[in-house]
Design a protein around this ligand. Structure first.
Ligand code: ZN
Ligand code: ZN
Length: 219
């Protein structure tokens, strides 16, 4: 069974998530943006063994501590999609822009970039990968079909959607990612967004002011 604990990290309260397999206690951390001691504490507290790091996209609050965590636990890094290479290269610039807090942040080299249709595994858990560009050009999300839970990074939030005013962001692409890749997974899918509270795809399809059926003139 898939278990999870959300660990808000950085001044952006980014929802880094520890996922683990309850049968093997093998775990994956999604989006270790910072506060590495909090992440290590969650791993220890739950008595799990970190097997890999998964990255939705390479913004500093999601990926800044990737290398430090990967080096500490000697684990592999899967994701994001190769379209985010320029954001990985730009982690140093992002660090300058946000000043002191992110001084720990460093570039990292993914063991494996991800594509639509890939899967990622830890213990007995397999999560499906969906390519959801728009917020960044290499954004992916992770979906566990058995427990109907998704980690969607900055694609979709409860009542909002990701910003698209960054370099190579695109609003139309983001809307298509949500409508064509996320919503078909099912109204009853619960998702962990990159920031803020969880919601369901059904709730957002009904009421999200940016991407609901009504907002797009579909009902
Ligand atoms: Zn982002
Ligand atoms: Zn974010």
């Amino acid at each position: 069974m898939l278990k999870h604990e959300i660990i808000p990290v950085t001044p952006f309260e980014q929802n880094c998530t520890l996922f683990w397999c309850s049968e093997t206690n093998q775990a994956a951390v999604v989006d270790p943006g910072g506060d590495i001691e909090k992440i290590k504490a969650a791993i220890a507290r739950n008595g799990v063994t970190l097997e890999k790091i998964l990255i939705t996209h390479a913004h500093i609050d999601h990926a800044g501590a990737t290398k430090a965590l990967a080096d500490h636990f000697s684990v592999e890094i899967e994701g994001p999609h190769k379209g985010d290479q320029f954001w990985i290269d730009g982690i140093e610039d992002q660090k300058q822009r946000f000043g002191g807090y992110f001084s720990y942040a460093t570039k990292f080299v993914p063991t494996r970039f991800l594509e639509q249709g890939d899967t990622v595994g830890f213990g007995n858990i397999v999560m499906e990968v969906y390519f959801c560009p728009g917020h960044t050009p290499g954004h992916v999300i992770f979906f566990h079909r058995d427990s109907k839970i998704a980690q969607v990074g900055d694609v979709l939030f409860s009542g909002s959607i990701g910003r698209t005013d960054f370099p190579r962001g695109d609003h139309g692409t983001l809307i298509r990612s949500i409508r064509e890749n996320l919503f078909p997974l099912g109204d009853d899918v619960r998702f962990i967004p990159g920031h803020g509270p969880m919601s369901t795809f059904g709730q957002e399809r009904r009421s999200n002011p940016h991407v609901s059926d009504r907002a797009l003139g579909l009902s």
